[in-house]
Structures are given as structure tokens and as C-alpha cells.
Ligand binder design. Structure first.
Ligand code: ADP
Ligand code: MG
Length: 687
């Protein structure tokens, strides 16, 4: 592909780029001509001459006029100066003001034609000049849109403009189309060469937008092609486990559950069972609101796999969750003789050795643990399904670890947070997605209140009332950005205060934070689950997955510091039983975003709606937090603003990989080579 050729051409081949300049460009991440011409401006400076009567106060504008007098200079010290000159611009008689440009004085004589760019002060009829040009004098930018690049250090904007222009003059002819012709035609896209030229120096705003749109589509299409090709390849390769699922037996298991599945759960279970039976490797994302009942779906899948003769693994982010899942799976599976084991860091060496041996011999059917479960010296007799719960994206890397051990299990990934559609097709575009759209029947919506700190005494009174009726409460402590140590100190302080307040009434408050040992944490969780503790003060370690149906109050201190999705997750710890539940957000939000968050939380209980607003308030990067967001870094595209193009690109890519010619025809060779370079054919899939 010629794109490749340009990526092999050294920057010094551009006229005017010295070895030194090459190094400076290197600091911007630019090493080849290909990279330089794909270094697009992030905006344009508009030097189109405009009619002053249409310009708003404070706007930046370029105007053409004639000097009505000589310039007057006032010096402040040696280098600072203020220079003014009267200028006639159409019907306007304005004052142009220059700062520290007194060296221009001799050129500013009455009668001279001039083009001025600057900020317009309508009231005083002043133009504060940033650039001036005398028509007919050298290269002109009058009437153009000039690109503005992200530059730094010794590379100036002006030099960058010149160099990119030069690169296009010398090498522009080598730019070749990468998109299939039928897609370029279908969407009326600008050809690649024209688009790259226009994106650097558009003739007008409209052309600039057309060029940008074309490059956005290209970027998103290539990204989606990777995702869709990966999916297609996985589906086509019959090297997964085709579980011989005993459907009547699974149905009997489901009937024996203490509740009826929701329609959503039934649908999702059917999708998963179908994947399990198919010879391809399942790579499915299960998303659903907090409390939608994802765990039982996972349990059914695990049951089906075990009864088909395979082992299952359930990976969770914390040991508290591992323990909890182990307990609930034990309860569900005990009548069927299914063996569940726990594999966490807190086992003794001996216990650990026992578990590992039993796993390898197949005496354990299901193992629950943190993600180290997959990575370490763990061997299964026949691993058939890996379920990951909450926040863990099962990456290509983990898959390849398993493959090296000769296993290619189905994978079900469950997310803690409903994911807005926008992000789902980006971050999880390579997966099949199942969604739980409804909550189990009979759930009472959680009542949420946002209060200020001075209402704390009333909040304590409220907790007291609930506890007196046999209920339990969570109190989540302030979040201090970047400092777990301060979080912990906060929790300790709040615990001491509440302990003091409630012990006088005969109630017990427990404390949970990330600096406690696993044994200590487990013990506290056990006491809370058993009802021995009435109140649990905690840092956000409690955040995901914990299920204590008797808890009905969630109090969150300094709630404005938390992201919306996190607040929703925390709130989801209550409202899991038959009793009316409450969430109290204590906050004194100082800014609009903080106020918006509190408003959103009191307005809706719908996790998908909250996720949507969270994305709006925080942007895609922060939405997933820092951990393995799986979000690509787009150069031109904006994941949110260009969402429609993203969907289009996804559909186009999916259609294309379904065509048999895509995999054979010469016309698609460049795209196949691209996929090859991106590691779609080798990595874990082809090794
Ligand atoms: P999440 O999707 O947040 O992980 P869980 O799996 O923890 O939710 O389920 C929340 C609670 O709802 C659990 O106590 C679970 O037993 C219960 N549950 C799940 N499905 C149903 C259902 N169909 N009907 C009633 N209760 C259910
Ligand atoms: Mg859960």
C-alpha cells in the first residue's frame, strides 16, 4: 500500500527539513512523511475578509482598509509599547491598536492599504491587531483558512504550515485511496488525496468539513473493520468448545430457582446457551443495570457447562466479591453435587496446593477468584467457560495465556455499569452484546435525596429509625482524589463518630477499607451479612457487586466528588430486598457539574440513563475510569460527536467482512494487509 511507502520516507527528504528539525518533529511523535501529512490541524484560523458591520463584539476578524493617518507610538521602557493608528474600513473610522510592535511604525503611513486581523471592540470601535499584512507584499494569507496544528517547543505554527505544504507538494501525488471504492461512492466521500490536501488547507469552511468527514469515516471504518474482522474470524473458526448442553436439564435447574427469570434474563440465557453449544468461541458482553440479576445468568451458564462435562471459572475484582459469589453458588449448586472452590490470595500455601491439584484432576467444577486465577500456575482438566464479573475486560492477552495452556474456553464478560451505546460499539465492538433491560418484578424504586452537610443530624436520625426496624445501613466516606490513604483516614474518622453516636443507642457500626487485610475485611463483611453489624462505614471498596438484601439505606458523604456511574453502583447496594430503600447523597456541590450529578441521581433510577448523562458530564476517557478502558485514541474522530458515522462504519465493516470476496479478492488486499499489520490474523488467534 502506498500509505506504507510514505511511512517509509524520512522527514529529511522534505525540502527545508534538516536533521535538527527532524529531531524536533520526532518530539511531536512525527517520524515519517506519512505521519506528517496525517498530522491534521485541530482548527483553522480564518483570514477571510469580512464586513465589519456583521462582526459581533469581541470576535476575531480580518478586515481590509486604508490608514487615515500616521501611527502614534508610546513606549513603556525599552521593549514594551502601544501603537495606534486610525483606519478607514468601508463606512467605519476605527482605531487599530498594536502592542509591542513599534518596529512596524515606519510602514504605517497615511494612505497605505492594509489588511488587519484582530479582536473587534465594538463599543470603542477599536481593533486590537494580532497580525497585519500589506497587500501585494510577498506570500499572503488573506482570504484563506490557515491550519492550526498542535505544535510545541522550537516548532512554530508558521514553520509547520510551510513544511506540511511542502510535504504535500513533494509527496501528495503518492497518497492513495484505502477505502473500498463502493463505500466512497455510497457515502459521496472525498477521495483520500483530495481530502488530505483539503484538511490541511481548505478553500472554505465547507470543503474543510467535507475533508474532515471523509477522514473521520476512514478512521472509524478502519477501526471497525478490525473489530468486525476479529469477530468474523472467531466465529468462523470452529476451535472453541461445542458444549453438549442438556437443555431439559438446564430448564429443570432454572425452574428450581427461588424466583422466575425475567423475560430479559430468559432471552439472554438463550443467547448464551446457543453460544455455548456452537463450535466457535463465545466472546459475549452481558450488561444490565445494577440489580438486574446478572449473577444468576452466569450461574445458569456455569451449570450448563459443568453438566456438559467442563469446568468453569468466575473472575471477580475483589476478594469480598469472590467470597460472596462462592457462598451464593454453593447454595445454588449444592443439591446437584457441583463442587465450587475459592482461589484467592488469602489461602494458605497448603490450601492453595490442594485447590490447584483438585482443579487439575477435575475434582473441582467451578473456581471463583480474583483475576490472577487465569494468569498463574493454574491448570484445569477441561476449562469450558470463563465468566468475568464487574469491570474486568477479558483481554486478548488473557485469552492467549489460556490458549498456550491448550484451552480455548467460552468467555462471558459482565459489566458493573450499563454502557451507553456510543461506547459499547467502540470499546466492545469485537464482542456480541446481551443486555438485561428490566429489573426483576416487585422491586421498589430506591428513593434518593440530595441534602447538604448541615442536615447530617437529620440523616443520622433517619438511619436510626431504619435500624430500629431491623434494617441495615451503608455509609460511604468521602473520596479524596488520588489518595487512598486520605480516603482511609476519612473512613476511620467517620466510623469513630458514628460508633460514638450509635453505640449509645445499642447499635454496632463496622468499618471497611482497602488497607485492611483480607481476613479482616471478610470478617466485617460476614458480620454485616449476618446482621451482627447494623451500620457499615466503608470506602468505595464496597462499590461493586455486594449483595445484602436487608440493607436499605445508602448514605454517601461528599457525593459530588463521585462520578455518576459510581454513585449509581453504590446506590445499587440497597433496594435488593422486599423493603423500601433509600439513598441519601450528602453534598455541597460548588460547580455546575456537581449540581448536575446530584440532580441526575434524584431524577432517575435508570442505569442506562445515568450512564448516558455520566458520559456527557465526564467524557469517554473518564467514563470507565483509568482501568483498561479499551477505548482507542482517535486522531480525527470524536467518539461522541461522530457517533452516527461510527454506527455507519460499523455496519459497513460488518457487511464487508461477510462478503467472501473480502477475504480473497485483490481489490481488498490493502485492507487485508492492514488487518495483518494490526495483528488480527496472528496474535492469539492464529498462533
Ligand atoms: P447484578 O446484576 O447487579 O449483579 P445480582 O445478580 O446481584 O444483580 O442480583 C440482584 C438480586 O436480585 C439478587 O439478590 C438476586 O438473587 C435477585 N434476582 C435475580 N434475578 C431475579 C429474578 N428474576 N427475580 C427476583 N429476584 C432476582
Ligand atoms: Mg453483580
Amino acid at each position: 500500500m502506498t500509505m506504507l511507502d510514505l511511512h517509509a520516507v524520512a522527514l529529511t527528504d522534505i525540502r527545508g527539513v534538516s536533521g535538527k528539525k527532524m529531531e524536533e518533529l520526532g518530539a511531536l511523535g512525527l517520524r515519517t512523511v506519512g505521519q506528517l501529512i496525517e498530522y491534521y490541524p485541530f482548527r483553522y484560523e480564518d483570514y477571510t475578509i469580512r464586513d465589519l458591520s456583521l462582526v459581533k463584539d469581541g470576535e476575531k476578524v480580518t478586515v481590509q482598509g486604508k490608514l487615515a493617518g500616521d501611527a502614534q507610538v508610546q513606549m513603556y521602557g525599552r521593549t514594551k509599547s502601544r501603537m495606534i493608528c486610525k483606519v478607514i474600513v468601508d463606512r467605519f473610522f476605527i482605531t487599530a491598536v498594536w502592542f509591542n510592535r513599534h518596529f512596524l511604525k515606519d510602514k504605517l503611513k497615511a494612505g497605505t492599504d492594509i489588511v488587519l486581523t484582530g479582536k473587534w471592540d465594538q463599543k470603542r470601535q477599536h481593533l486590537t491587531v494580532s497580525e497585519s499584512e500589506f497587500p501585494g507584499e510577498g506570500a499572503s494569507q488573506i482570504g484563506t483558512l490557515q491550519p492550526v496544528y498542535s505544535v510545541a517547543g522550537p516548532i512554530t505554527q508558521k514553520w509547520m504550515r510551510k513544511t506540511v505544504r511542502q510535504a504535500l507538494v513533494q509527496f501528495g501525488g503518492l497518497i492513495q485511496e484505502v477505502l473500498p471504492r463502493e463505500l466512497v461512492n455510497k457515502h459521496g466521500l472525498m477521495p483520500r488525496k483530495a481530502a488530505i490536501t483539503a484538511i490541511h488547507s481548505p478553500e472554505n469552511t465547507d470543503q474543510g468539513q467535507q475533508a474532515r468527514k471523509r477522514m473521520v469515516y476512514e478512521e472509524l471504518f478502519l477501526f471497525q473493520l478490525k473489530m468486525q474482522a476479529y469477530r468474523a474470524i472467531t466465529h468462523n473458526r470452529a476451535d472453541g468448545v461445542a458444549h453438549p448442553v442438556d437443555l431439559p436439564d438446564v430448564r429443570a435447574f432454572v425452574r428450581a430457582l427461588p424466583f422466575t427469570l425475567t423475560d430479559s434474563q430468559k432471552k439472554v440465557v438463550a443467547e448464551i446457551l446457543q453460544d455455548l453449544q456452537a463450535p466457535y468461541c463465545m466472546n459475549r458482553l452481558l450488561q444490565g443495570d445494577v440489580g438486574a440479576g446478572k449473577t444468576v445468568v452466569a450461574a445458569i451458564a456455569l451449570y450448563a457447562v459443568v453438566k456438559a462435562g467442563y469446568q468453569g471459572a468466575l473472575m471477580v475484582p475483589t476478594e469480598i466479591l469472590a467470597e460472596q459469589h462462592k457462598r451464593s453458588l454453593d447454595k445454588l449448586f449444592a443439591p446437584y453435587g457441583i463442587q465450587v472452590a475459592l482461589l484467592t490470595g488469602s489461602l494458605t500455601d497448603r490450601q492453595r496446593r490442594d485447590v490447584l491439584a483438585s482443579l487439575q484432576m477435575g475434582m473441582i467444577d467451578i473456581v471463583v477468584g480474583t483475576h490472577a486465577l487465569i494468569q498463574e500456575d493454574v491448570f484445569f482438566r477441561q476449562l469450558g467457560l470463563v465468566v468475568t464479573d464487574e469491570q474486568h475486560r477479558f483481554g486478548v492477552q488473557q485469552r492467549s495465556i489460556l490458549r498456550r495452556k491448550g484451552m480455548n474456553p467460552d468467555v462471558l464478560t459482565m459489566t458493573a455499569t450499563p454502557i451507553p451505546r456510543t461506547l459499547a460499539i467502540t470499546a466492545f465492538g469485537d464482542m456480541d452484546v446481551s443486555t438485561l433491560r428490566e429489573l426483576p418484578k416487585g422491586r421498589k424504586p430506591i428513593k434518593t435525596y440530595a441534602v447538604t452537610h448541615d442536615m447530617l443530624p437529620r440523616v443520622l436520625g433517619f438511619i436510626e429509625k431504619e435500624v430500629a426496624q431491623g434494617r441495615q445501613a451503608y455509609v460511604i466516606c468521602p473520596l479524596i482524589e488520588e489518595s487512598e490513604k486520605l480516603d482511609v483516614q476519612n473512613a476511620i474518622d467517620v466510623h469513630a463518630q458514628l460508633q460514638h453516636h450509635f453505640s449509645a443507642l445499642g447499635y454496632k457500626a463496622g468499618l471497611l477499607h482497602g488497607r485492611m487485610s483480607t481476613q479482616e475485611k471478610d470478617e466485617v463483611m460476614r458480620q454485616f451479612t449476618a446482621g451482627e453489624l447494623h451500620i457499615l462505614v466503608s470506602t468505595t471498596v464496597i462499590e461493586v457487586g455486594v449483595d445484602v438484601p436487608n440493607a436499605t439505606i445508602m448514605v454517601i458523604y461528599d457525593a459530588h466528588r463521585f462520578g455518576l456511574s459510581q454513585l449509581h453502583q453504590l446506590r445499587g447496594r440497597v433496594g435488593r430486598g422486599e423493603h423500601q430503600s433509600f439513598c441519601v447523597l450528602i453534598a455541597d456541590p460548588k460547580n455546575e457539574v456537581g449540581k448536575e450529578r446530584m440532580k441526575a441521581m434524584t431524577e432517575t433510577n435508570d442505569g442506562f440513563e445515568i450512564a448516558r448523562r455520566d458520559l456527557e458530564l465526564r467524557g469517554p476517557g473518564d467514563f470507565f475510569g483509568t482501568k483498561q478502558s479499551g477505548l482507542p485514541d482517535f486522531r480525527v474522530a470524536d467518539m461522541l460527536k461522530d457517533f452516527e458515522i461510527m454506527e455507519q462504519a460499523r455496519d459497513d465493516a460488518a457487511d464487508l467482512v461477510r462478503e467472501p470476496e473480502f477475504w480473497t479478492a485483490a481489490a481488498y488486499l490493502p485492507l487485508r494487509q492492514y488487518l495483518q499489520r494490526e495483528g488480527i490474523f496472528d496474535s492469539d488467534l492464529m498462533d
